[in-house]
Design a protein around this ligand. Structure first.
Ligand SMILES: [Cu+2]
Length: 852
C-alpha cells in the first residue's frame, strides 16, 4: 500500500513539475483514512496522497484539468472545487445529491473542468462533514498575460513591481484550519444525541501544523471578555477555552450536555506538533501568500509580527491593493497578500499569528516567518493582534471589507428578474439551521443526483432560476447578535451589493434602496464567491444582499461554509438556468441499473421513507453507505409494479431499520457511558465487527423483502443481476484502478439513463403520467402560470411594481402544484387533491422528522 502510494505521489509530482507546459493537466488524488499525528493528537484523518493538507494544484488560466480521485477510504466521498466556475461542466462540481453520486470505497471519479478564471481556490471534500477530517488542498491558477495586475497602484518603481510580479508567480498557500480530537461523524453523532452544536475545536492549524495548547484556567479567565462574562454568569470558559453548553449561549433549544463526549467542549489534553516555518530571503524583496481558511467553526484573524500585508486579491480576483496589519479570513475565503521583506534589527524570526475572534472560543495558533540570516534572535517579535484576534495598538489596522475596491471594477445589472429572500435561523435545535424555509437534510446527499433528476431535491430545499437572468439573494439572519455566516455559492462569483443590521423587511433590493440607500454599494461592489453576513454586536438580526447573473445552467449548492452550519442544514440547492441544462456526457451518466434504482429511492423519499428515516440512522450509515446495488429484474416490471415494489421495499426496510435503530441507540448509550468513543484499537475492531454484522443483517433483510415482493421471476433474472451488479462495497478493488486514464471507471458508466428509461416505458403499462423530466416542462408551465396569475396579482396588490409582481408570482409558482417539480413525488395516478394532500403530509413528516 505504501509503495503504491509513493509511486502514485511521484506521478503527481512529475505532472506538477511539468505544469508549465501542460495544456491538459492531469492530477491524481489518492484518499486514505489513516492514523495520523496532527497537532500532537493521534487520530484517523483523511490524507490526500499521504498529506494533510493535500498537495497544491498549480495550473495556468485556460488549462483543462482532469482531476482523478481514488477513494481508498472505508466510506464514500466527493471532491468539490471551491470557487471554480465549472462553466459548462456542472457534473464536475463534486456535490453529492446535486452533481454526482458519492464515490464509493474502492472506486474513483475523474473530474474534468476548465480553469477559466485565475487566482486562489481550494479543493475539498463535500460529503457530510469530511472537510474537518482534513480533505482540503489549495489550487493556484496563474493569470493569463493579458490580465492586468494591480501592483502599479502600490509603487511606480519598475524594479519593485518586477519583484512583486515574481513573488506572485511563486505564491504559496497558507491554509488555516481547525482540528478536533473527534472525527466528523463522532461530532455529528454527538450533536444529534445531545442537541449541542459543536462550536469549538482543539487546535488551530497552519498548513496542517499546530499544537493543542491547554492554557491555565487563570489565563483563560484573563482572556475572557466583558461580553463573554455577562453571558457566562457564574460559569467560566472551559479548559479548551470553549463557551460551556449553557442557556445564555444555546438558548432554550432542547439539549443534554451530559451526552457530550470528552473534548467536544471541554476536557483538554495537550498535544504538541511541529510549527510551520516560512523561510524567506530578504534579497527577494517580497513574498506572496494565499491565506485561506477551511475552518469548521473558527472565525480566524491572520497577522504577521512587524510585517504589514498588501492585500492584492480576494477570492481569486484582484483588488486595489490595501496595506493592513491584520485580515479576517472567514471559512472558504482566500486573501492573497504581498509581504515586504524587511528584516528588522535584532530579530530573525517573526511570529505568524492566527487567532479565533468570536464569543464561542478562545483559541489560536502560530507559525514562524524566518529570515535566512546569520543574525540571531535577541528579542521576541512584536505582535499586531492579541490571543483573541483583536488589535493591540490603536494605530494598527484591520482590512476593512467595506473599503475594498475590485480591480477592475465591474457592475451588476441595475435591476433584477428575481429576488430570493432566505431566512437563516435555528431549526428546532441549536445545531440545526434553516436557509430559506427548509433545513437541508444530510440525507439529500444520497438521492439520485439532481443533475440527472431535477426533482430529486424538492421545495423548500431547492429554488430555481432562469438562464441569462439576474438574481438577488438576500440572507435575512434572525436572532440577537447573530454570528457571521460565510455564505458560499457554487459555480459563480457574485456582487456583494448590500448589508445591514436588523431584519430585512423589504420585498426587494429596489424597495430597500429607496429607504436605506446607504446600505448598498452599486459603485464598486466586491466580487466574491464567499462572503460573510455582517457581525453587528447587539443587533436584532442582520442581512446581506448579493446579486448574480445566471450564465451556467446546472444544480449548484448555496451554503454556509462553517462545516457545522452546513451539516446542520444551512444549505439550499439552486437549480440555475433550469430548462437549459447541458446534456450530460455519456461518461458521466449513471449506469442504467443504478439510475433506475435511484429513481426507486426517490420514490421512497417522497413516499414511505419518513417512517424509518432519522438523522441517527443517517449517522450510523455514514461511514459505509449501504446503498442497495442489486439490479434485479428491473426491465421486467411495469411502472405500477415498480412503485409497489419500491413501497414494499421501503416498508420492509423501515421496519427493519426501526428495530436496528433501537438496538443501535442502546449500544450507543452504552458507548457514551463508557466515555470517549473508539479511542482504543480494540474498541475500533469491536465496533467494526458489530457494524459488519449489522450491515449483513440489513442486507439480508433487504434481499428477503426484495424477493418476496417480486411479482414475477423470469429465468434470466440471475444473469441480469450479475451483469449489472456493482462492485462490492467497503473493500479495496484495485482492479478498477488501472493507471491509464479512462472514462469507463467504477464510478462512471457509459450506459445512459435515457436509454434505460425509454426501455422501461416500452414495457410499462402507462408511464405517461410520471414526469421524469420536469425541467423540460418547467419553462412552459411557468409561462402559463405567469400569464394567468400576473394580472390577478396586479389586481390583488395594486401598489406593486412589475418586478415585485413577478417575484411574487415566482414564489407562488415555487410552491404551486402546477410547477412540474412539485408533481413527481406522488403516485402516477394521483388526483389533484391527492397531490396536495400528499405534499402536505410529506411536509409535515419531514418537519416532524427534523424536529428533534
Ligand atoms: Cu454559518
Amino acid at each position: 500500500m505504501s509503495t503504491l502510494h509513493r509511486s502514485l505521489s511521484l506521478l503527481v509530482i512529475l505532472c506538477l513539475v511539468h505544469w508549465v507546459s501542460c495544456k491538459t493537466v492531469r492530477f491524481e488524488l489518492n484518499l486514505t483514512w489513516e492514523d495520523r499525528n496532527v497537532a500532537g493528537i493521534v487520530r484517523k484523518a483523511i490524507l490526500s496522497n499521504g498529506q494533510l493538507p493535500g498537495p497544491t494544484l498549480r495550473i495556468k488560466q485556460g488549462d483543462e484539468v482532469e482531476f482523478r480521485v481514488r477513494n481508498f477510504m472505508p466510506f464514500s466521498t466527493t471532491v468539490h472545487f471551491h470557487g471554480i466556475q465549472q462553466l459548462g461542466t456542472p457534473w464536475s462540481d463534486g456535490t453529492p445529491g446535486l452533481s454526482q453520486e458519492p464515490i464509493e470505497p474502492g472506486n474513483q471519479f475523474i473530474y474534468k473542468w476548465t480553469a477559466n478564471e485565475y487566482g486562489s481556490y481550494i479543493y475539498h471534500s463535500h460529503a457530510r462533514g469530511q472537510l474537518i477530517d482534513g480533505l482540503y488542498g489549495a489550487i493556484y491558477i496563474q493569470p493569463k498575460n493579458s490580465v492586468e495586475k494591480p501592483f502599479r497602484l502600490i509603487t511606480q518603481d519598475a524594479t519593485e513591481i518586477a519583484a512583486m510580479i515574481r513573488a506572485e508567480s511563486e505564491t504559496e498557500p497558507l491554509m488555516l484550519s481547525d482540528w478536533r480530537v473527534l472525527d466528523s461523524e463522532a461530532i455529528w453523532q454527538a450533536e444529534v444525541a445531545s442537541g449541542v452544536e459543536n462550536i469549538c475545536s482543539n487546535a488551530i492549524l497552519i498548513n496542517g501544523k499546530g499544537s493543542a495548547w491547554c492554557l491555565p484556567q487563570e489565563r483563560i479567565n484573563d482572556l475572557t471578555t466583558v461580553d463573554q462574562r455577562v453571558l457566562l454568569g457564574n460559569s467560566t470558559m472551559t479548559d479548551i477555552g470553549c463557551f460551556p453548553p449553557i442557556d445564555s449561549f444555546f438558548g432554550s433549544w432542547p439539549r443534554d450536555p451530559s451526552l457530550l463526549p470528552r473534548s467536544f467542549s471541554s476536557g483538554c489534553t495537550p498535544g504538541y506538533g511541529p510549527e510551520e516555518i516560512v523561510r524567506v530571503d530578504s534579497r527577494t524583496r517580497y513574498i506572496s501568500r494565499d491565506v485561506m481558511s477551511m475552518a469548521g467553526t473558527a472565525s480566524l484573524v491572520f497577522s504577521i509580527d512587524e510585517h504589514p500585508l498588501y492585500v492584492y486579491a480576494i477570492d481569486g480576483r484582484y483588488i486595489e491593493p490595501v496595506l493592513v496589519d491584520a485580515v479576517r479570513v472567514p471559512a472558504g475565503t482566500r486573501y492573497s497578500v504581498l509581504i515586504e521583506l524587511k528584516q528588522i534589527r535584532a530579530a530573525r524570526d517573526y511570529t505568524i499569528r492566527v487567532a479565533h475572534n468570536g464569543a464561542n472560543q478562545i483559541i489560536n495558533g502560530t507559525a514562524t516567518m524566518s529570515y535566512i540570516s546569520r543574525q540571531s534572535q535577541q528579542r521576541p517579535s512584536l505582535p499586531h493582534i492579541t490571543e483573541t484576534g483583536n488589535l493591540i495598538n490603536p494605530q494598527s489596522i484591520f482590512l476593512n471589507e467595506s473599503l475594498v475596491v475590485p480591480f477592475p471594477v465591474e457592475l451588476p445589472a441595475p435591476t433584477v428578474d428575481q429576488t430570493i429572500v432566505l431566512n437563516i435561523n435555528h431549526y428546532h435545535a441549536y445545531y440545526r439551521w434553516t436557509l430559506g424555509e427548509g433545513s437541508f437534510p444530510l440525507e439529500l446527499e444520497d438521492v439520485h443526483p439532481a443533475l440527472f433528476n431535477a426533482s430529486a431535491i424538492p421545495y423548500p430545499y431547492s429554488v430555481s432560476t432562469m438562464n441569462n437572468t439576474w438574481v438577488d439573494i438576500v440572507f435575512n439572519v434572525s436572532g440577537e447578535t447573530p454570528p457571521p455566516h460565510p455564505m458560499h455559492k457554487h459555480s459563480n462569483k457574485y456582487f456583494v451589493i448590500g448589508e445591514g443590521g436588523g431584519p430585512f423587511t423589504w420585498s426587494s433590493v429596489a424597495e430597500a434602496m429607496e429607504e436605506v440607500p446607504d446600505y448598498f454599494n452599486f459603485v464598486n461592489p466586491q466580487i466574491r464567491d464567499t462572503y460573510t453576513t455582517p457581525f453587528i454586536p447587539r443587533s436584532t438580526g442582520t442581512w446581506l444582499a448579493i446579486r448574480y447573473h445566471v450564465v451556467n445552467p446546472g444544480p449548484f449548492l448555496l451554503h454556509c461554509h462553517l462545516q457545522m452550519h452546513q451539516s446542520g442544514g444551512m444549505a439550499l440547492a439552486i437549480m440555475d438556468g433550469i430548462g437549459d441544462w447541458p446534456l450530460v456526457p455519456q461518461e458521466y451518466q449513471l449506469s442504467a441499473a443504478r439510475a433506475l434504482e435511484s429513481e426507486q429511492k426517490d420514490i421512497k423519499m417522497g413516499g414511505k421513507k419518513a417512517a424509518g428515516e432519522n438523522s441517527k440512522k443517517a449517522a450510523g450509515n455514514a461511514r459505509v453507505r449501504t446503498t442497495s446495488t442489486s439490479a434485479t429484474n428491473i426491465y421486467h416490471r411495469s411502472e405500477a409494479e415498480l412503485i409497489i415494489w419500491g413501497q414494499q421495499k421501503a416498508e420492509a426496510a423501515a421496519n427493519k431499520k426501526a428495530a436496528e435503530d433501537q438496538k443501535r441507540a442502546a449500544e450507543e448509550d452504552k458507548q457514551w457511558a463508557k466515555g470517549a468513543k473508539g479511542s482504543s484499537k480494540k474498541e475500533d475492531a469491536e465496533a467494526k465487527k458489530a457494524e459488519a454484522a449489522r450491515k449483513k443483517a440489513e442486507r439480508d433483510a433487504m434481499l428477503a423483502a426484495e424477493e418476496s415482493s417480486q411479482p414475477s421471476k423470469p429465468k434470466n433474472n440471475k444473469s441480469a443481476a450479475k451483469k449489472n451488479a456493482a462492485p462490492s462495497r467497503g473493500t479495496l478493488n484495485l482492479d478498477q484502478l488501472d493507471d491509464t486514464p479512462s472514462s469507463k471507471t467504477g464510478a462512471l458508466n457509459a450506459s445512459g439513463i435515457d436509454n434505460a428509461l425509454d426501455a422501461l416505458s416500452l414495457t410499462g403499462k402507462d408511464s405517461s403520467k410520471i414526469d421524469r423530466h420536469p425541467e423540460r416542462r418547467y419553462k412552459a408551465a411557468y409561462a402559463a402560470f405567469e400569464a394567468r396569475r400576473l394580472p390577478e396579482i396586479e389586481a390583488e396588490n395594486p401598489g406593486l411594481r412589475r418586478n415585485q409582481r413577478v417575484d411574487l408570482c415566482k414564489k407562488e409558482f415555487d410552491k404551486s402544484d402546477e410547477n412540474p417539480f412539485n408533481q413527481v413525488h406522488v403516485a402516477f395516478d394521483a388526483t389533484r387533491d391527492e397531490v396536495a394532500a400528499a405534499r402536505e403530509a410529506e411536509r409535515k413528516k419531514t418537519e416532524a422528522r427534523l424536529a428533534r
